[in-house]
Design a protein around this ligand. Structure first.
Ligand code: PLP
Length: 354
């Protein structure tokens, strides 16, 4: 596998106490950087000390948001080793995002080698307290200094990493979510299936409104009919209705989550019935009312599984499983985290040991 040159930081930072870590605020000593120049392709991949990037104010990313990113984690296994969870899926997904945003794709092997080598360089930063991990944030930005609306000719692929504390330090408490009827996150034909910053910018207002009203997350409806459930906050969403698990199908405005895919594969291997299809908010709230809605949860790399305890929609209100985590969400959480942290067997070969 490719080895990139490493320029070591002269002074290493002090490692933080994992008990007080706030997500995404502490960064490690090094980062990976690779340049793209039209005509030359991706070149000069390197690991350098973490620090500011100098860009012209006219760099295209600042104006037209030509940008994509990824999110994955490195985990400390009981034997002291460090491991990744399905990193090839992240590499494929960043390239799918690139294709939509007219960003030249990364050579897959180089992108994977970059993630692996950076985590090896920063291995001391992978915390070992239960539930903690090293969050990895690869991203690409358009750097060409130009105000013309075109694809840029220059890009930077960068990877930064940050140690993160246990998501559920205080136990798994189900969240309250609110169906957003006004703002939409994405529409078919847009960029909903990509991880691009613009999707997040468009989602902030609804998130703030939900928080002001005492809800933790937004339940997003599709942008065309304002009828079908798409995602919850920045997670995919699943519901157990009767003995079937239903999750929104990937229509183009839903992000193809790796946790979503892993949950579907696990549940199918357990012999459960899983349907990827359209689900209306009406169907969901009807199921809540007649008692057939057994469980609801979000899925994503940060929380793994985030149970939903209450749902609001206009004047309607539903409590799910008495506001507590249900047995299926708990089983998915235990199995996935067991595989990720290496405390359980990995029958699907999802883990990459470094
Ligand atoms: C990243 C993301 C997810 C979850 O994807 P994972 O690969 O499971 O982390 C879901 N929805 C949105 C909008 C996302 O950006």
């Amino acid at each position: 596998m490719k080895e990139f040159p490493v320029q070591r930081a002269a002074v290493l930072k002090e490692k933080p106490d994992p008990a007080t870590l706030v997500f995404g605020k502490t960064f490690t000593d090094h980062m990976f950087v690779m340049d793209y120049t039209a005509g030359q392709g991706w070149h000069d991949g390197r690991i350098v000390p973490y620090g500011p990037i100098e860009l012209e104010p006219s760099a295209m990313v600042f104006h037209y948001a030509q940008e994509v990113f990824e999110g994955l984690k490195a985990y400390r296994a009981p034997d002291g080793g460090v491991q990744l969870f399905r990193p090839t899926e992240n590499v494929k997904r960043i390239n799918s995002s690139c294709e939509r945003m007219c960003i030249p794709p990364l050579p897959e092997e180089d992108a994977l080698a970059a993630i692996e080598q950076l985590v090896r360089v920063e291995a001391d930063w992978v915390p070992s307290a239960p539930g903690t991990s090293l969050y990895i944030r690869p991203f690409i930005i358009a750097t060409t200094p130009s105000l013309g609306v075109h694809a840029a000719h220059n890009y930077i692929f960068c990877i930064i990493t940050c140690p993160v504390g246990a998501y559920y330090a205080e136990g798994i408490n189900p969240v309250k979510i609110y169906v957003e009827s006004e703002d939409v996150r994405a529409v078919k034909g847009g960029t909903g299936y990509t991880k691009c910053g613009g999707n997040y910018a468009a989602s902030i207002r609804a998130g703030e409104r939900a928080e002001e009203n005492g809800y933790a997350q937004v339940l997003w409806l599709d942008g065309v009919h304002r009828k079908y459930i798409e995602e919850v906050g920045s997670m995919n969403v699943m519901f157990q209705i009767g003995d079937t698990v239903v999750t929104p199908m990937l229509t183009g405005s839903v992000l193809p989550g790796i946790t979503r895919k892993s949950c579907i594969e696990l549940m199918q291997s357990w012999g459960l019935k899983v349907e990827e299809r359209l689900i209306t908010a009406q169907e969901l709230f009807d199921a809540g009312k007649d008692g057939s809605l057994k469980e609801a949860w979000g899925t994503g790399t940060a929380a793994v599984i985030s149970p939903i305890g209450e749902m609001g929609w206009e004047d309607k209100h539903v409590v799910v499983n008495g506001g507590k985590i249900g047995p299926l969400a708990q089983r998915l959480y235990d199995t996935l985290t067991g595989i990720q942290w290496g405390t359980q067997p990995d029958p699907h070969n999802w883990v990459v040991k470094l």
